[in-house]
Design a binder for this molecule. Structure first.
Ligand code: UD1
Length: 427
């Protein structure tokens, strides 16, 4: 077991380079199942969610070769099974994309529901609504989702709720279906566009990704491809918030500034100075942090995956902020730990009311999920004293080399092995 130890109170200064996008990688990797050739994917982040998906592909029968640290060559033609057991899906939410990919390739899939962060109930009804519209039957037996289709035929699918996962799964299932599929009220996240670009680079015919109507003309075959995935919007946003929260000056490199607009806007409102370059963003703050209200929304709104980090920053802002979580129903669990560090926050349903305090103080805390873990790191960086964070494995799911990256911009942060406390001998 490991824990993070942070000595707080140091502003962050310097440059940090952002890795490839987790949420793109976990969609694009299963999409290689649809290819009749070899796929070389560059800018793969070295994080445990991605490792879990690559391992699953390998265990299913794909040939996987790392060409260098961030480039992987995958030949999925060797996959002969349509069954993905819980041991393979439990670690990562993105493993749900094996449903769409397997259904497209084999016209059947038997898949355990995905793991990932516990953010409340995470239904898959919109995914299955899409599969059914394409002609599949959907049953759940013994904890496995059983999908079958004689053939997949394009259809018009209206998403009752904007869902990233369902949009991706329907894209995967329909890309080789007969005829035209139209996804209305589709998610517009950057990784939806990235997946569409990846599939189009293999010969797919997908238009409109990034808008709320995606049109997919089914094609018979998809070839191999070379593709570089985009940089991670949320990793970038996390370093931006950390820079502003600590009163530092950080150049966040290898980013797409357009993807960060909602985060930049809120940081500016909170008193940070933002400078945009072609593929970098500089965030600095010299004045006092000011309150601001934030509402999480699907892209291009403020991302729910940045909510815990932003709440942490606002916990030391001047005034009372209101943060409304509209995407997930259980994403404030980490606030218990912020209050242990001296934050004044009250949660009422979907709203957190944050009365800014002068400073946070150290406390033993936990990373309750991936982004909550990032929030605890930011809390540790701004707190007085030495903060210890347990359950670090959640953070490792989504942040490549975060100890090194934070250290390089001046954080006093380290990872230590914890020894188990000896159990009393009860005979
Ligand atoms: C993805 C991201 C996650 C991000 C989230 C929202 C990946 C691997 N994960 O998660 O990091 O926080 O988008 O940007 O890309 N919903 C339904 N029925 C469904 C599916 C979803 O009601 O069938 C609801 C969910 O409960 C939630 C909302 O739709 O309230 C959005 O969820 P969704 O966009 O699907 O999130 P994920 O794809 O799970």
């Amino acid at each position: 077991m490991e824990k993070i130890i942070i000595k707080g109170g140091r502003p962050l200064f310097g440059e940090v380079t952002i890795s490839g996008a987790k949420n793109s990688a976990v969609a694009i990797l299963p999409a290689t199942i649809l290819s009749d050739g070899v796929c070389v994917i560059e800018n793969i982040p070295n994080i445990s969610d991605v490792t879990a998906i690559i391992r699953t592909l390998y265990e299913l029968g794909a040939t996987v070769k790392y060409l260098n640290k961030t480039t992987v060559e995958i030949d999925s033609r060797g996959i002969r099974t349509h069954i993905v057991p819980y041991s393979m899906t439990k670690l990562c939410r993105g493993s749900s994309y094996f449903m769409g990919a397997m259904l497209s390739r084999f016209h059947k899939a038997l898949i355990a529901p995905p793991g990932g962060c516990d953010l409340g109930v995470r239904p898959i009804d919109l995914h299955t609504k899409g599969f059914k519209a394409l002609g599949a039957t959907v049953n759940t037996e013994n904890g496995m989702v059983d999908l079958k289709a004689d053939k997949l035929v394009g259809s018009s699918i209206y998403m009752d709720n904007v869902s990233v996962g369902a949009t991706i799964n329907i894209m995967l299932a329909s890309v080789k279906a007969e005829g035209l599929t139209i996804i209305e009220n589709a998610a517009k996240e950057p990784h939806i566009v990235d997946l569409a670009n990846f599939l189009n680079s293999m010969g797919a015919d997908i238009r409109g990704a990034g808008t709320d109507v995606i049109k997919i003309h089914g094609v018979e075959k998809l070839a191999g491809t070379n593709y570089s995935i985009i940089s991670d919007q949320i990793e970038a946003g996390t370093y931006m918030v950390a820079a502003a929260a600590t009163g530092g000056d950080v150049l966040v490199k290898n980013v797409i500034p357009k993807h960060l607009e909602s985060i930049s806007a809120k940081l500016e409102e909170a008193g940070a100075i933002i400078e945009e370059f072609d593929d970098a963003i500089r965030v600095r703050r010299t004045g006092v942090l000011q309150k601001c209200d934030v509402k999480t929304m699907p892209h291009p709104g403020f991302p729910t995956d940045m909510q815990p980090q932003m709440v942490t920053l606002l916990s030391i802002a001047n005034g009372t902020s209101m943060v409304t979580e509209t995407v997930f129903d259980n994403r404030f669990k980490y606030i218990e730990y912020l209050t242990r560090m001296g934050a004044h926050i009250k949660v009422d349903g979907k709203v957190a009311v944050i009365e800014g305090v002068d400073h946070l103080t150290c406390a033993p805390v936990k990373a309750v999920d991936l982004r909550a873990g990032a929030a605890m790191v930011i809390a540790g960086l701004i707190a007085h004293g030495v903060t210890e964070i347990e359950d670090v494995q959640h953070i490792e799911r989504g942040y490549e080399n975060f100890i090194e990256k934070f250290s390089c911009i001046g954080a006093d942060i380290r990872l230590v092995e914890t020894t188990r406390t000896a159990q009393p001998d009860v005979g």
